[in-house]
Design a protein around this ligand. Structure first.
Ligand SMILES: [Zn+2]
Length: 65
């Protein structure tokens, strides 16, 4: 099995997992009314209270999930 095959297999496995759990893509979270990083209530449909929180959240998702 070469690298391309392994990558394809990994992508298929990820897609399968997303379908199984009905999960949205990590990079496109839905606004919840609260900052996704620190939980601060937000008046509008933003997903984070600040660019810092967005960056923290993106880092966490990229490295810890
Ligand atoms: Zn925040």
């Amino acid at each position: 099995m070469d690298i391309a095959d392994q990558t394809q297999e990994r992508i298929e496995r990820l897609t399968e997992a997303e379908q199984r759990f009905g999960a949205a893509k990590p990079e496109s979270p839905q606004p919840t009314g609260y900052c996704l990083n620190c939980g601060e209530p937000l008046a509008d449909m933003r997903r984070w209270c600040s660019a810092d929180c967005r960056d923290d959240w993106e880092w966490f998702n990229a490295h810890c999930l």
